[in-house]
Design a protein around this ligand. Structure first.
Ligand code: GTP
Ligand code: MG
Length: 205
């Protein structure tokens, strides 16, 4: 597992508190309670790495995890890589001011973070994409930022239903969108290998 050995670096309330904008990073985004932190743990193979919770609104900071340096081509030095767990979006019980704060910070992060190589967007496979998810895909479409969509909690559906949901999702992508999508489940381990491969690919972009 190339994502094994990830380590917590810091939790930031603002973009400028994040680690130096060097190397490569991939951000985990999605609505509150979608399963971002759980996906991060499944991918790194480290159960307790990112804090998860039944209560939406658990992650209230931008949390940075350092990966072991990724080997690159011959003659190139290893790539410094990070994963960033973004605060969940759209949870009504989070105070309005804080929601506004994260809206602005996530926006600033996406627009100005030079080391950002791609976004892993996490959405519940049982529900249609919500406004935040569609905005994120639209942002990726306009800026050309690659995006990988994890349709998670697939353990809640039959295999047939999950495959259908994935096909419908792919069909809904507009032409020119640099997005890929897959079925995923943090609890059942579905699609974990595929997602790891994609994250490494994004980091190396
Ligand atoms: P916030 O930090 O609050 O934005 O949430 P999050 O997106 O990080 O979600 P988190 O990983 O904390 O998971 C939210 C809830 O969904 C927890 O109760 C998890 O156990 C559950 N969950 C996450 N992934 C899966 C999955 O693949 N299958 C099932 N059945 N439950 C999941
Ligand atoms: Mg979280």
């Amino acid at each position: 597992n190339p994502l094994q050995g990830a380590q917590f670096t810091l939790a930031a309330h603002r973009v400028r508190q994040l680690p130096a904008d060097e190397g490569a990073e991939v951000a985990f985004a999605g609505r509150s309670n979608a399963g971002k932190s759980s996906a991060l743990n499944a991918l790194t193979g480290h159960r307790g790495l990112a804090r998860t919770s039944k209560t939406p609104g658990r992650t209230q900071q931008m949390v940075s995890f350092a990966l072991p340096p990724l080997a690159q081509g011959e003659g190139e030095s290893p790539l410094e890589a990070r994963l960033i767990d973004l605060p969940g979006y759209g949870y009504a019980k989070v105070p309005e001011e804080l929601r506004e704060h994260w809206k602005l910070e996530i926006d600033a992060y996406l627009h100005h973070r030079a080391s950002l190589r791609g976004v892993v967007l996490i959405a519940d496979i049982r529900h249609p994409l919500k406004e935040f998810d569609r905005m994120m895909l639209e942002f990726c479409f306009t800026t050309g930022l690659p995006c990988h969509l994890l349709l998670t909690k697939a353990d809640k559906l039959s295999r047939g239903q999950a495959t259908q949901a994935l096909a419908a999702m792919r069909k809904s992508f507009r032409d020119g969108l640099h997005a890929t999508a897959q079925v995923f489940s943090s609890t059942a381990g579905t699609g974990v290998e595929e997602a790891r491969t994609r994250v490494v690919e994004l980091l190396r972009t």
